[in-house]
Design a protein around this ligand. Structure first.
Ligand code: G3P
Length: 222
């Protein structure tokens, strides 16, 4: 499963990239606005940190002509940019055209299997199915992931299911269990994936026992 970090903060991408376990970044207009830097400079900084990763950057146009114009501009900034387009009739129509031009699309704000079907048929590279915002209104966001993964597999669509709007590590684990292709998560959730109290306890015991025995690795410690 690919792991993406969902952020507008360049420094979070830099730290995550140093760990060597992330495959890309997703941004959105709210995350970019919160970061407080320019859109293009933020996206290009992320592309530079992860030249072999996938960097998703979103249009704000809502009509077909505006989506096409903005998507072509954003895609021209760097080869590893995937353009985010909202799940609307205009977004679907624009996605068909963009795919014919070789521009990769991350169809975002997808909440239902029906929307995911349309996104797959439009040729979306990624289908961003939001789970946390569904959980936030007391429904089960992960159920949609299960159905969309089954649909993509059953019909052999090339689209990858991207689990978005993740709130905690169990969303990542459930996404993995369901065979989702990608999970994008806030930096805080990515950090949480590392930790287990028994790891901390076990490591401390190893070091205590080693030091108590007066053992060493190097013959001539520096
Ligand atoms: O960036 C797309 C998605 O992951 C954002 O979800 O609910 O955290 O705003 P949310």
């Amino acid at each position: 499963m690919k792991l993406f970090v969902d952020t507008g903060q360049v420094e979070e991408v830099r730290q995550a990239a140093e760990w060597g376990i992330i495959d890309g970044v997703t941004t959105n207009p709210s995350l970019i606005a919160k970061a407080g830097r320019g859109f293009k400079e933020t996206v290009l900084a992320m592309c530079e940190i992860l030249p072999h990763g996938s960097i998703s950057a979103e249009v704000v146009g809502t009509t077909v002509p505006d989506i096409l114009k903005e998507a072509r501009e954003i895609a021209s900034w760097a080869p590893n940019i995937v353009v985010k387009v909202p799940m609307t009739p205009a977004g679907i129509q624009a996605t068909r055209q963009l795919r014919q031009e070789g521009i990769r699309v991350n169809m975002t704000l997808v909440f239902s299997p029906a929307q995911a079907l349309l996104a797959a048929k439009a040729g979306a590279t990624y289908i961003s199915v939001f789970v946390g915002r569904v959980d936030d209104i007391a429904s089960e966001g992960m159920r949609t992931i299960e159905e969309v993964v089954q649909m993509v597999d059953a019909y052999g669509f090339e689209s990858e299911v991207l689990v978005a709007s993740i709130r905690h590590p169990m969303h990542v684990v459930e996404a993995m269990r369901m065979g989702a292709h990608i999970a994008t998560m806030p930096f805080k959730v990515l950090e949480q994936l590392f930790h287990h109290p028994l790891t901390d306890i076990g490591l401390q015991r190893f070091l205590e026992d080693w030091n108590k025995a007066g053992l060493r690795i190097f013959d001539n410690p520096a």
